[in-house]
Design a protein around this ligand. Structure first.
Ligand code: CO
Length: 216
């Protein structure tokens, strides 16, 4: 958990930036804000890392109104997290999104921290869930000699396990049972290249789920 690449942006810069955002947006489309104010109908829920370098809209070239976003440290889907569950429930049952995408990123500080034996404080309780992912895949991970490669593989496996965690929720299973069109996907973003890699674990029903997690 380290702070690198600190920018010298100031508090006042943010408000000046907002003025420029308003001016620029209205120059392109005078109805930009009045149209957005009518409501939202995003087709996608994004569950991403809180990392400042992985903003959902910019890296997918999308605009306000196009992605419903939930972010936390290391893009976790933890089944007791009321914040995540509330966002998921609203996105699936009210907004009727067609896709939920868990997006991790290589070099994730949360994942790297979870691989150490260092104590960081309260966050250790959050990182514990990543250690559980490590334990599930310890044989594969321990065979990777290079530390950075091992970290990056855990980033990928953490995304995949959190896609499975989404599928296990009653929210997603009930949507599928009622015939709602809903895909759950896992992506990993490279901060070094800007490129997103699809983990190819897209799931559209509960047929491949381990039996114990299925609700009939
Ligand atoms: Co991260």
């Amino acid at each position: 958990m380290c702070a690198q690449n600190i920018t010298n942006i100031t508090y006042d810069d943010l408000l000046k930036g907002n003025e420029k955002f308003v001016t620029d947006s209205l120059a392109v489309d005078p109805d930009f804000f009045s149209n957005l104010a009518k409501g939202q109908n995003p087709p996608v829920l994004w569950i991403g890392c809180a990392d400042s370098r992985v903003p959902a809209n910019q890296i997918t070239n999308t605009k306000p109104g196009e992605i419903f976003v939930h972010r936390n440290i290391a893009n976790m889907v933890i089944h007791t997290d009321m914040n995540m569950l509330s966002v998921l429930d609203y996105a699936v049952n009210v907004l009727k999104v067609h896709h939920v995408i868990v997006t991790g990123h290589y070099g994730c500080g949360g994942v790297i921290a979870a691989m150490t034996n260092n104590e960081f404080g309260l966050i250790d309780n959050w990182l514990r869930h990543i250690k559980d992912v490590y334990r599930l895949h310890a044989d594969e991970l321990n065979d990777i000699a290079d530390e950075k490669d091992r970290q990056n593989r855990l980033v990928e496996l953490n995304v995949i396990e959190n896609v499975y965690n989404l599928c296990k929720t009653t929210i997603v299973q009930n949507a599928w049972a009622s015939g709602q069109k809903l895909g759950v996907h896992g992506w990993v973003y490279s901060i070094e290249t800007g490129i997103i890699t699809d983990m190819k674990v897209s799931t559209y029903n509960s047929s491949n789920m381990e039996d114990v997690f299925k609700f009939k």
